[in-house]
Design a binder for this molecule. Sequence first.
Ligand SMILES: [Zn+2]
Length: 681
Amino acid sequence: MKLILCSVFLTTAIFAADDASTTPAPATSASGVDLGAMDTHINPCKNFYQYACGTWRKDHAIPSDQSRWGRFNELAERNLTIERQILEKAETPSPDRSAVEQKIGDYYESCMNEPAIEAKGVEPITPALKQIDALSSKDELAKELVHLQDYGIRALFGFYVRPDDKNASQEIAIVDQGGLGLPDRDYYLKTDPRSTQLRTEYEKHVAAMLTLLAKAEGKDGADAEAEAKTVLTIETALAKASLDRVARRNPDNTYHKMTVDQLALLTPDFEWKEFIATVGIPPIQSLNVAVPDFMKALNSTIGDTSLADLKTYLKWHVLTADADLLPAAFEQEHFHFYDHILNGTAEMPLRWKRCARATDRALGEALGQEFVKVAFSGPSREKALQLVGEIESEMHKDIETATWMTPDTKKQAFEKLRLVENKIGYPQKWRDYSSVNVVRDNYFADALAAREFEIHRNFNKIGKPVDKAEWGMTPPTVNAYYSPSMNNINFPAGILQPPFYNPKADDAVNYGAIGVVVGHELTHGFDDQGRRYDGEGNLRDWWTAEDGAAFEKRANCIADEYSGFSPTEGVKLNGKLTLGENAADNGGIHLAYMALMDRLAGHVMAKKDGLTPEQQFFLGFAQIWCENATPQSMRARAMTDPHSPGQFRVNGTVQNMPEFREAFSCKAGDPMVSADACRVW
Ligand SMILES: [Zn+2]
């Protein structure tokens, strides 16, 4: 191991200490490593995650309003507090309020006004329920589903607009599987005791919601239990016809372009032509029917189900979609099942938190404008862009030196890399919400106005070129993403804060934290899913057969490795479901490490806090993932989340890295030294 000393390091650091970030960085150490989080009794070569995070995990119990508590959540809560300050200022009427402040302030105020919500009872959803009641034949189902779309309710199937996978400059309408109340098809189909028990709980929940509705309407709710069984029967039929998450990771499995006439042949008992003509999209010649078999099964489900039972199913979907806009009894019952039973959250978050999050969901780029004014400084953006540039040039070198890839495929990979666009912080042009009518004290109307705006904003993309400048996350979000169809990487302002990007920390720590995040997103462009798209965002196989096979072989190594991990008793990770994320973690850390080494090259660096820069880098990476989670949420995430839990994101990654082994002087045979290390990128 080299011991490097560098006197110019602090002054030339990309993340210099004089950065004007408004969030105070925790003063934990000279290097920026959180020494207090570590458990130094643990041998880093035995369990690096516990070494890096052991004390943090012991000291940070999961708050009662969370199912998982980690560094991401800590930062999200800090951002939420900033949003609260913005919203509390904006909710006070004053002649100085800007149009943006009026929208977000009044939306928040309406949400906070619980007495007004209680006083309205179920009256806001009565028109939708009456319309369902009035259906006189199944022939009217298409018309009814068009109506429900306006309410933001997607029953029986999904319908939305996205870039066309095979013509990425154009938008296309997609009709997809959907219509479930549980988070995934597997919840309906698995037969283990826990899954069976959850279905029983779900049925009870549906019955409880229908009983609440019946009581609010002055009825006794005697039919609620039978109605809940009906809902389960219909949703189970839809679940059986749905593709599982692993199959959906291959975009070829969800691309079936056809005419509306062809779609109508799959579901002859549903008036597709009427639905398409009236749902609010411009006229179309063709669309993507993501899962044709689902549309066939939808026909049998409609045929096999009585009109009365279909009405029950639709009413349930109105209730569950609107639960958080209704009186407390509905909201609490919804929380009880989805957060408490499914994820182990003990208590409902405070009202202000729910309302700040609701405002972010409804008017995210309005709230985001105000957020970046107080929480994101100009230098942060410049520094992030500089880091992204460094990581991208490391990716270029990585492709260049890949021994398993032939020159033809490399040429294509370079072209894809060259075309990656980088988006940092927030949109160049903010979404215009001026047509959304937000009034004080009418939360349901405000929420509906925001939903309708969003649905029609999406529908109106048809026929227009894809807008690559659009963001899929709001600025306060603590997350980042890669878009395969736009071939861009996106880092919201919310994540460019400590501990991801800590202006008071050394480069080694920041490269391990935000540097790995950048590398992770860039690697997504070349993971098992991203590699199927070219630089223009088109789903096109640009790999030679030989290189494709070599990639698969390497990717399978990662899939097998993570399939061996168990997040909670009796549960294994699904290595194929989490493959893209794990490949991105493994590739991302290499890129960030190489970028740091280039930065340190030629300088001799002293230890800080007794840690070499290499050790600081790995600790900076691992400490991003310090977390605790309820067993319920571990189970739920193992079924649905393509990301591995923090423990495996860290240990699963470092055990593949000879650089880690060297940094901590680990030996062959140590748990953190894999005998068959996996490597794609
Ligand atoms: Zn990812």
